[in-house]
Design a protein around this ligand. Structure first.
Ligand code: NAD
Length: 472
């Protein structure tokens, strides 16, 4: 199948490279000349496991890059739209990129094609895309609009795409559904997974994945509802972690106890500094706006968002309670990306905390395995950057762990302690056991667990960062 993917960002680039690996002829379109130049020169503009291998494998053969959208549309049977859908000031999704792409596509439709929404969009977008394409002159029977929401997570985008829990296809005609089935056939018939050079199967992946064919409206809702539910799970456990802190319970034990209930499941029960990234915050606001427009006041989502913001403020209070005053303190920062495995800092809680600490007058020295360049574009030279975790900790009054990179969970604790001015670690991702940290001489503060103080530190009221009075 000849496929055009419009928008070569985190989703478009991964989808395009994976479609090529499934055997399709793919042309990736973008209007960002810098990005195109990087792709054409053989560079991978984002940090994503297996993506450089796939680009090397297919570049110039089954994978082409261009800024010529109309030519790409003319040469393709399926056009996937994967441009951004950022939030407006009011919180609903800004669909102007989708609209402008739909307008351009219209002029290049010269035979039956399907236009597929890959971007996350509110319900009714497919109807609007159809109207815009018709309004700009494409004949009624020359195209269909499908919705094919993407569930990949940054950092594991390639394996998430190729080994999904399910493929959701919203199509309102059998002709359109048939094209979508054909595109995903190498996955749904299992043939891709038998290839000797298939991207390795991750743990837990079930193949072949099921394909769920729905109406376009249902598919659009499935994506928003999925993200809202996952964000709700995170906020729920963060709320529980606050109670754990007040009563002296251990949220990790609580998670184990509730996550083993098969109706609940253990995933996304990770207490921390809240969710971020380019999806959850904007998709929740967009879903709330959609609901409001339909006359439903989705107040549950207000609360999910409120808890998420509050979680960051609680963490700031925790830092203040551990260090007393902040002005002039030197703080090491481990992690800037919104989660481990990616260089994406959009809506990263780590960046929001960095900005708050700068406002408080702290000196920050930060390290992240992938996100330093992107952070530099936002904070300039207000933050010092280190080339490894130990240098970030050097001379620090405290070290903050803000992103769950694997390498931050396996630090050489003796080396870390030797480097720091005071051995105080405030962990927003619960990467260590409090008892281990105390035994290794750290004062260790985490989320939803009692602070652990180095063996030589006495327990005083001020050492309890939650300031909670524990009842006997
Ligand atoms: P992104 O900003 O990384 O990529 C969007 C790309 O589209 C950019 O490269 C931009 O230059 C390009 N673009 C914009 N207008 C264009 C035009 N007129 N012609 C050609 N190219 C154009 O965004 P992303 O993170 O890939 O997200 C894209 C969509 O996918 C969003 O709706 C997002 O919500 C959704 N999504 C994202 C993820 C994720 O993890 N990032 C996961 C699932 C769904």
């Amino acid at each position: 199948m000849r496929i055009a993917v419009i928008g070569s960002g985190y989703v478009g680039l991964v989808a395009g490279a994976c479609f090529a690996d499934l055997g399709h002829e793919v042309v990736l379109v973008d209007n960002d000349q810098q990005k195109l130049a990087a792709l054409q020169a053989g560079r991978c503009p984002i940090h994503e496991q297996f993506l450089p291998e796939l680009l090397d494998r297919h570049r110039g053969q089954r994978l082409q890059f261009t800024d010529n959208l109309q030519e790409a549309v003319r040469s393709s049977a399926a056009i996937f739209v994967a441009v951004g859908t950022p939030p407006t000031d009011q919180g609903d999704a800004d669909l102007s990129y989708v609209e402008s792409v739909a307008r351009e596509i219209s002029g290049a439709i010269d035979g039956y094609k399907i236009v597929v929404e890959k971007s996350t969009v509110p319900v009714y977008t497919s109807e609007w895309v159809r109207k815009i394409i018709l309004r700009n002159g494409a004949p009624v029977d020359s195209f269909d609009v499908a919705s094919n929401p993407e569930f990949l997570r940054e950092g594991t985008g390639v394996t998430d795409f190729l080994y999904p829990d399910r493929i959701v296809v919203g199509a309102d005609s059998e002709r359109c559904a048939a094209v979508m089935r054909e595109i995903y056939a190498p996955m749904t018939d299992g043939s891709y997974y038998k290839k000797h050079d298939a991207i390795p199967r991750p743990d837990r992946a079930q193949t072949p994945p099921p394909i769920i064919v729905t109406s376009t409206k249902s598919a659009e809702l499935i994506k928003h509802a999925s993200n809202a539910f996952l964000a709700m799970k995170i906020s729920f456990i963060n709320a529980v972690s606050s109670i754990c802190e007040s009563v002296g319970a251990n949220v990790q034990q609580v998670c184990q106890g509730i996550g083993t209930d098969s109706r609940i499941g253990p995933r996304f029960l990770n207490p921390g500094i809240g969710y971020g990234g380019s999806c959850f915050p904007k998709d929740l606001m967009a879903f709330r706006a959609v609901a409001r427009e339909c006359g439903y006041d989705f107040r549950l989502l207000d609360e999910v968002i409120r808890i998420n913001e509050e979680q960051r403020h609680r963490f700031l209070r925790k830092i203040r309670n551990a260090l007393w005053t902040l002005r002039g303190k030197r703080i090491g920062i481990l992690g800037l990306a919104f989660k481990g495995g990616t260089d994406d800092i959009r809506e990263s809680p780590a960046i929001l905390l960095v900005q708050s600490l700068l406002q408080e007058g702290c000196h920050l020295c930060a390290y992240d395995p992938a996100a330093i360049e992107r952070t530099r574009e936002v904070v300039g030279n207000k933050v010092e950057f280190a080339t490894n975790a130990y240098d970030a900790a050097a001379g620090a009054d405290a070290l903050l762990i803000l992103t769950d990179w694997e390498e931050f969970a396996t630090l050489d604790l003796s080396e870390l302690k030797r480097k720091m001015r005071y051995p105080i670690v405030i962990d927003g991702r619960n990467l260590y056991l409090p008892e281990t940290m105390a035994a290794r001489g750290f004062s260790y503060y985490s989320v939803g667990r009692e602070p652990a103080l180095a063996d030589n530190q006495s327990t005083r009221a001020s050492d309890n960062p939650q300031g909670a009075t524990r009842k006997a």
